[in-house]
Design a binder for this molecule. Structure first.
Ligand SMILES: [Zn+2]
Length: 416
């Protein structure tokens, strides 16, 4: 538990550090990392710092290219021309933000302009967007595109909130990416998904997946049990879950209290997140499609249940341990989505939630019932407020179980 929490806090702080200090040097980073005192895996932390800097370098490189080419047009139009699939000039307003260190951010107001770039969605994050450099060669950069601009008139608050939510969701993807890339190269206890790039030997992951898709499609499947034993099945399922996890955790960035809306999008067959159809071209009328969807759907549902348990578990009567809930985005990032449930149990997070809820309920009931009067009750009230105070003061990377058990002990002493 402590190990996962420390990694979580470390990744969170380092990401926030680069976001707040886009020009920080490598030395600044190292110094900051040491000062947090949280590094349980120094090699992984170092790789993570390197990864954040690689992303920042890619962003500053493309920024220079934008500035160079801007002599021949507006900066935002140059970026638009790189991502547009139609080659048409934009009709509406574009806005460019070059200050985010992990991606270039482009806002596109007009729907038609946006659909020249991407179909159907409110925004996207692309880690490898190609662009042509002045010398005729190609390179790639990370980009966030948001449908809608901030309304400068400030008249419509809700509009701006919608744009901000889309932005934070995509920032969530950008934040995930650094972790994904780090876990790819680090020899680690923690992983993003069950199948990792390093497991594939010399051929790339993408090639391995498309071979598996091809073999799966060509075979006649008798039943689910048989299919589940096949390596191809697990490779394809895992590839879809890789992206589903990315989606759920990006949404958690915005809606840390409830991601079920996004979960339902993910579960929509033939929807924009139907990876089996859109990415792998599996025929929606085939048996394979139906079977693999069943497995996939169950895993997404179970994963969402884990999120709900966390979101509800740290809500206590009259207050919410908000930072505690939010840190779980960074805890779960280290665990394949299929294993969330099991690992949350094994690492005692669910035990913590259970005991926390019990204790909190006990205090509430004791305080509000009439029967318990007198000295004993007032002692319990004191204990209850002490408990709440200590909970609020606890850093979000510290397990709560020891503290909960101490209070339980104190209560038991009172009863004697
Ligand atoms: Zn997304």
């Amino acid at each position: 538990m402590q190990f996962l929490l420390d990694n979580a806090k470390c990744a969170k702080l380092l990401t926030e550090f680069i976001e707040k200090n886009p020009t920080a040097s490598k030395e600044d980073f190292d110094r900051y990392a040491v000062s947090t005192g949280l590094i349980s895996q120094p090699k992984v932390a170092q790789k993570f710092i390197d990864q954040l800097q690689i992303e920042r370098k890619r962003v500053s490189k493309v920024k220079q290219e934008i500035k160079r080419q801007a002599k021949r047009g507006k900066e935002e139009e140059i970026v638009f021309s790189w991502i547009s699939k139609t080659g048409k000039k934009p009709k509406g307003k574009l806005e460019l933000n070059l200050n985010y260190p992990l991606a270039i951010i482009l806002y596109i107001e007009d729907s038609e302009d946006f659909s020249a770039v991407m179909k159907n969605v409110g925004g996207f994050y692309q880690n490898e967007q190609n662009y042509n450099q002045n010398d005729g060669t190609y390179d790639s950069f990370p980009i966030i595109v948001v449908k809608g601009c901030f309304d400068n008139s400030g008249m419509e608050e809700e509009h701006d909130e919608r744009v901000a939510n889309k932005l934070y969701h995509e920032v969530g993807h950008a934040r995930n990416q650094s972790v994904i890339d780090t876990l790819k190269v680090a020899k680690r206890k923690t992983v993003w998904s069950r199948l990792n790039d390093s497991d594939h030997g010399s051929i790339t992951k993408g090639m391995k997946i498309s071979e598996s898709v091809r073999r799966l499609k060509s075979k006649k499947w008798l039943d689910l049990e048989e299919a589940r034993k096949s390596e191809d099945w697990n490779i394809v399922l895992d590839a879809a879950l890789f992206s589903a996890k990315d989606e759920l955790l990006a949404e958690f960035e915005v809606k840390w209290f409830d991601v079920s809306g996004h979960k339902n999008f993910l579960k929509k067959r033939k929807g924009i997140y139907d990876y089996f159809l859109n990415k792998f071209g599996i025929d929606p009328k085939s048996e394979l499609y139906e079977m693999i969807w069943q497995d996939y759907e169950n895993i997404i549902e179970a994963a969402n249940k884990v999120l709900v348990k966390i979101q509800e578990g740290y809500k206590l009567g009259n207050f919410i341990l908000r930072e505690k809930i939010k840190i779980f985005r960074w805890v779960l990032i280290q665990i394949p989505i299929q294993d969330w449930q099991k690992q949350m149990e094994e690492t005692l997070f669910f035990e913590e939630i259970k005991e926390l809820q019990e204790l909190s309920k006990f205090f509430r009931e004791e305080i509000y019932t009439e029967e318990n009067s007198g000295k004993k009750k007032s002692k319990k009230i004191l204990l209850a407020s002490k408990f709440e105070e200590e909970l609020r003061a606890k850093p979000d990377n510290e397990p709560l179980l020891p503290m909960i058990r101490e209070f339980k002990h104190d209560i038991a002493e009172l009863g004697k």
